[in-house]
Design a protein around this ligand. Structure first.
Ligand SMILES: *[C@@H]1O[C@H](CO)[C@@H](O)[C@H](O)[C@H]1NC(C)=O
Ligand SMILES: *[C@@H]1O[C@H](CO)[C@@H](O)[C@H](O)[C@H]1NC(C)=O
Ligand SMILES: *[C@@H]1O[C@H](CO)[C@@H](O)[C@H](O)[C@H]1NC(C)=O
Ligand SMILES: *[C@@H]1O[C@H](CO)[C@@H](O)[C@H](O)[C@H]1NC(C)=O
Ligand SMILES: *[C@@H]1O[C@H](CO)[C@@H](O)[C@H](O)[C@H]1NC(C)=O
Ligand SMILES: *[C@@H]1O[C@H](CO)[C@@H](O)[C@H](O)[C@H]1NC(C)=O
Ligand SMILES: *[C@@H]1O[C@H](CO)[C@@H](O)[C@H](O)[C@H]1NC(C)=O
Ligand SMILES: *[C@@H]1O[C@H](CO)[C@@H](O)[C@H](O)[C@H]1NC(C)=O
Ligand SMILES: *[C@@H]1O[C@H](CO)[C@@H](O)[C@H](O)[C@H]1NC(C)=O
Ligand SMILES: *[C@@H]1O[C@H](CO)[C@@H](O)[C@H](O)[C@H]1NC(C)=O
Length: 358
């Protein structure tokens, strides 16, 4: 009799899901997290009122790793609120919804102190080559799922191995991700601190920005060439602005062949697809989807050049400024604009990367 009663209780417990707060309060992998949530009425209220969500819940070891790597003994209230908001995703993402095709999902982190992605800062959900679900943040920092699909009312909980990194500003990415060619290129055009790389800051709201960052030896050569023929600082800023799309957040999953994006100069760039590669005008996207505080960054293999029209050298294919992939990958039937920079090897110069002290 008692046995049947117990079975009944267990069945009922299974059928009626716990609330998120109840799971946090009882799951042994989440005691550290619960400690913070329980101590804060802001966090308790935030997590009690969610619906249609995925909560990426940092495990106990995720939190102790975070403390250790940040040299902290405890996480402050504000920092914890920011972190928790970034770990709440809009919509339910059970493990089976992850795949090799990435998804960019917005979080509850919308505070302009921490992000100018107006729909909420994003995370990338993607499976690794073994099919294991991962969450990528910032400079593609990986967090894995240690316990999948803990259900609760209104959503799903994924217990994760590492606290996600809230994306930082562009200048910090330029340094940490070692975009050395681009940083050297900025130096060539007179921008000697990556933190001065803000060509849109002064005239447009720098929110929801898609950055294209030319980071290749060819791109650096092209930077060198334009400095040899630069009429004004405005020209350089226009060239940099031509690499930036504002108020239009375009993750790689949104690219479509023939898509036009309006840059901060007002002129359009064209996205195209060729043999599985994505091109921006004639430059190939080498690494898409770094996440920064105000948008997304795609690394390309050549400088976009439509604005620099003062001295077009004859467009001889042998002096193309972009890589083989971009020039050979495109069908010649498309109306391509010729490269206007003379970027032959005579311009190759000693690569010296500027020191950056911030
Ligand atoms: C939760 O907070 C209450 C006070 O608000 C406290 O009495 C209780 O011990 C806390 N529980 C845990 C597990 O920290
Ligand atoms: C951690 O912070 C303390 C106090 O500020 C400092 O003395 C110590 O060197 C720091 N340790 C690391 C690894 O940064
Ligand atoms: C849940 O959220 C996702 C993502 O925002 C949305 O597409 C979906 O329609 C929502 N579902 C419900 C039932 O509200
Ligand atoms: C967001 O933009 C505002 C200005 O519109 C700025 O003050 C704030 O610092 C920006 N936030 C971040 C995280 O860059
Ligand atoms: C990513 O960022 C973290 C912290 O901001 C840094 O420690 C790490 O070196 C970076 N990794 C890469 C591959 O850029
Ligand atoms: C800048 O931001 C303000 C407040 O969010 C908005 O009213 C204004 O339209 C924005 N301007 C542009 C050019 O996007
Ligand atoms: C620089 O531009 C001027 C015209 O603006 C042109 O005469 C000159 O040949 C150009 N120099 C180089 C190196 O392209
Ligand atoms: C630029 O692209 C936008 C769409 O992003 C389009 O509406 C507009 O017509 C394009 N302008 C030109 C000159 O092609
Ligand atoms: C390409 O370069 C060759 C050799 O330098 C020259 O003879 C030819 O006229 C150039 N073609 C064009 C289209 O400028
Ligand atoms: C460019 O293509 C040529 C011929 O296809 C090849 O010999 C050369 O190695 C390629 N260069 C690069 C940098 O890939």
């Amino acid at each position: 009799m008692e046995f049947f009663y117990l079975c009944f209780v267990l069945l009922v417990a299974r059928a009626s899901a716990q609330s998120l707060m109840e799971v946090l309060g009882t799951n042994l992998e989440l005691t550290e997290l619960y400690h913070y949530v329980n101590a804060s009425s802001t966090l308790t209220n935030m997590l009690s009122s969610l619906d249609n969500f995925t909560f990426l819940a940092p495990s106990n070891s995720a939190i102790s790793n975070y403390l250790e790597s940040h040299n902290l003994t405890t996480i402050g209230d504000e920092e914890m609120e920011e972190l928790i908001q970034y770990h709440i995703l809009n919509g339910e993402f059970p493990a089976r919804s992850w795949s090799a095709a990435p998804q960019f999902v917005h979080s509850e982190l919308k505070n302009p102190m921490y992000t100018n992605v107006t729909a909420g800062q994003a995370v990338e959900l993607v499976s690794d080559s073994q099919g294991n679900p991962q969450i990528l943040s910032w400079n593609k920092t990986v967090s894995t799922i240690v316990t999948q699909d803990v259900t609760c009312t209104g959503g799903v909980i994924q217990i994760i191995s590492d606290v996600l990194t809230v994306p930082l500003e562009m200048g910090i990415l330029l340094l940490q991700a070692n975009f050395n060619f681009f940083v050297a290129g900025l130096y060539e055009v007179g921008i000697t601190s990556v933190f001065s790389y803000d060509p849109v800051g002064s005239d447009v709201n720098a929110s929801d920005v898609t950055f294209f960052i030319p980071n290749s030896a060819d791109a650096l050569n092209a930077f060198t060439d334009i400095t040899s023929n630069m009429s004004s600082k405005g020209d350089v800023l226009d060239i940099l602005r031509y690499h930036i799309v504002t108020n239009d957040l375009v993750y790689s999953t949104m690219f479509q062949d023939g898509m036009q994006l309006k840059t901060a100069t007002g002129a359009n760039i064209t996205i195209s697809e060729q043999n599985g590669n994505i091109f921006v005008n004639q430059a190939k996207i080498i690494t898409p989807d770094f996440l920064v505080s105000n948008g997304v960054v795609h690394v390309i293999d050549g400088l976009l050049n439509d604005l620099f029209t003062t001295s077009p050298p004859s467009s001889n294919s042998s002096s193309s400024g972009t890589s083989n992939a971009s020039s050979s990958g495109k069908s010649s039937s498309k109306s391509e604009r010729p490269h206007r920079y003379n970027t032959n090897s005579a311009y190759a110069h000693q690569m010296t990367f500027p020191g950056e002290t911030g």
